[in-house]
Design a protein around this ligand. Structure first.
Ligand code: HEM
Length: 349
């Protein structure tokens, strides 16, 4: 982003170039300033995509660093908010305080990234309202997260506030991934049938249920972030089973979706790439989920599980978005041809 005044100016009487905004040498007959042309502030679509990606990366990163705060037992490393504690605003004197403090300071990076995205959305050419709304939603969400983060600390890591904190981040990541894909105008190459759209949206909805139930498992399990933090009085085995059942239901819907794509080259051309990605990440996530459960939830595996939950969510949102847009598009090979004509690999990540 920048005002494009470079290279503007005039040649003077002696054929020398003078940049705009400068006074002419006194011995020349020419008088006055060389005027600078007004060049509008614009952001190229390519640069906007990079800004949107930076916002997405920062939002995913803070989910993972936030989980590290919890998994290292540093949740109350700073026991006050917004200051770290009564003595210091910023405190890195103990390991727990330093971990919590670094995570708090990283909020500044996230805030800068989403504010830059919303500012850039006003100057990107061509202007598009959807980009402004998606970027503004991220700024509102990050502002809300600062307050919710305060609640988490001031309630002594109450599991409900922790769940809300995590799930608002998932909403933010959703807005960020939609912003990236809208800004790069990632469009399906053709239409898909109603059953395919339903399977894709159903998989996304079931993934959302799995995410929510995942936070219930965490709120019941041993990784509260502090030894004295309250926990849900639920049976860990039961909530973990419910969570894994919802995850398996989601993978089942994705498998059905993949089967439909195998039978329909046209639909495969539209959704094949995104569905392959989500299935690969989902299977890995399911594997890590069982591994960590049977290994007694070691912190490192839980961190991997949380990082993968972000990758899985991004992938499933992409599938749902493409299917949703494709629901009204004609099949690439013409009306009534779905499932018969050879497809083109067009909708790529
Ligand atoms: C698509 C598949 C899955 C997704 C998207 C997913 C997502 C999540 C999420 C978002 C959390 C909460 C993270 C947090 O609150 O910080 C979580 C926690 C958890 N998940 Fe999964 N999960 C999946 C599959 C599974 C499976 C198959 C199991 C097997 C039992 C499993 C076991 C667990 C456990 C034990 C926790 C609690 C970890 C802790 O103590 O913090 N997950 N999962």
């Amino acid at each position: 982003m920048g005002i494009g005044t470079h290279g503007t100016g005039l040649e003077d009487n002696f054929g020398k170039f003078r940049p705009c905004g400068t006074l002419p040498p006194s011995d020349t007959p020419q008088g006055g300033w060389v005027p600078c042309p007004v060049v509008p502030l614009t952001v190229s679509p390519r640069r906007f995509v990079a800004i949107a990606r930076a916002a997405l990366s920062s939002l995913v990163t803070i989910v993972v660093t936030g989980s590290l705060v919890r998994l290292t037992g540093s949740g109350l490393g700073c026991d006050d908010w917004p200051a770290c504690n009564e003595r210091r605003f910023v405190d890195v004197t103990t390991g727990h305080a330093a971990i919590e403090q670094v995570n708090r300071l990283f909020t500044g990076v996230v805030a800068a990234a989403v504010v830059l995205a919303v500012l850039a959305s006003f100057f990107v050419v061509p202007r598009r309202g959807i980009l402004r709304w998606l970027a503004a939603g991220q700024v509102a969400g990050v502002a809300a997260q600062v307050v919710i983060g305060g609640f988490v600390v001031l309630t002594g890591l109450n599991p409900w506030s922790n769940m809300v904190h995590f799930l608002v981040s998932v909403v933010l990541v959703t807005l960020a991934v939609l912003l990236v894909d809208e800004s790069r105008e990632y469009r399906p190459s053709g239409g898909v049938g109603t059953a395919t759209v339903r399977l894709a949206l159903g998989a996304c909805a079931t993934a959302a249920v799995a995410m929510v139930l995942g936070t219930v498992v965490t709120a019941t399990g041993p990784h509260a972030g502090d030894a004295d933090a309250p926990r849900f009085d639920l049976d860990l085995g039961t909530v973990a089973r419910l969570h894994s059942a919802s995850a398996l239901a989601c993978l089942g819907l994705l498998a059905l979706l993949a089967l439909r794509l195998v039978r329909s080259p046209d639909e495969r051309a539209v959704l094949g790439g995104p569905v392959q990605t989500v299935l690969a990440v989902g299977l890995l996530q399911g594997f890590v989920g069982y591994l960590q459960y049977f290994a007694g939830v070691p912190a490192l595996l839980v961190a991997v599980h949380i990082a993968l939950s972000m990758a899985f969510w991004i992938a499933v949102v992409r599938v749902a978005r493409v299917a949703f847009i494709a629901r009204r598009l004609p099949s690439p090979a013409g009306p009534g041809s779905r499932g018969r004509a050879p497809g083109r690999a067009a909708a790529r990540q």
